[in-house]
Design a protein around this ligand. Structure first.
Ligand SMILES: *Cc1c(COP(=O)(O)O)cnc(C)c1O
Length: 220
């Protein structure tokens, strides 16, 4: 059985160590526990261990799992880290505090409309297709500044930028490119780094590491 509390403690320690090694404060790095495919008992274990910030990649799955948990736990922050279709914008606005996957103008329009209707506006990050991979979501790096401007113009608070670097090769140059996009747009948050590379991402300035399997075990 996966010991979620022990894994969380281990990841928190490794985050603190990586931050210290990079001359950064551990508190400057936020752990987003990626709980896609994890069922409610696993989520309860993480909540009991003090985790309050979670990432989900599907609107429907989040809808099934989180409203009940929100009723029982305070201080939760739910972040959407998967691709969002415009026809799910309304549900996403209702469920998520932060949407990390803003990647096209049409989605900004849909979310602005849904937010106005709901009277609730999630904070957002712009997802950048940092390795320019055809199969991956995210705005082209050259279009990122314009999309950040568009999101701001539509009334969103843009907290930062997010990326999933190519699976092959050293992610360092990709982390640095995302960091540069964040810097030149005056953005505080860099969402980068997963189970396999979060320490490296912290060395390259990550403020939000998205860690799933290292906490909850391998996904089936
Ligand atoms: C699944 C997922 C993660 C977590 O990946 P692990 O390798 O399990 O840590 C992080 N970010 C995104 C966007 C994901 O879809």
């Amino acid at each position: 059985m996966t010991d979620i509390a022990a894994n969380l403690a281990d990841i928190r320690r490794r985050i603190a160590d990586a931050a210290a090694a990079a001359d950064r404060k551990p508190a400057d790095v936020t752990l987003v526990a990626v709980s896609k495919t994890v069922e409610v008992p696993g989520l309860e274990a993480a909540l009991a261990a003090g985790q309050r910030i979670f990432g989900e990649n599907r609107v429907q799955e989040a809808e099934a799992k989180w409203p009940g948990l929100r009723a029982r736990h305070t201080g939760l922050q739910l972040r959407l880290i998967g691709p969002l279709q415009t026809n799910k914008a309304k549900d996403a606005v209702r469920l998520f505090d932060v949407i990390e996957t803003i990647d096209r103008p049409k989605l900004i329009e849909a979310l602005a409309k849904a937010s106005d209707q709901a009277g609730r506006r999630p904070r957002v990050l712009v997802q950048v297709n940092i390795g320019r991979e055809p199969q991956k979501a995210g705005v082209d790096p050259d279009q990122a500044d314009a999309l950040i401007d568009a999101a701001r113009l539509a009334g969103f608070v843009v907290d930062g930028v997010m990326c999933i670097p190519p699976a092959e090769g050293d992610p360092s140059p990709h982390f640095d490119r995302l960091s540069e996009i964040g810097r030149r747009n005056g953005l505080a948050q860099l969402s980068m780094g997963m189970s396999g590379d979060f320490e490296l991402a912290i060395r390259h300035g990550s403020t939000h590491v998205r860690v799933g399997s290292a906490i909850f075990g391998a996904r089936g």
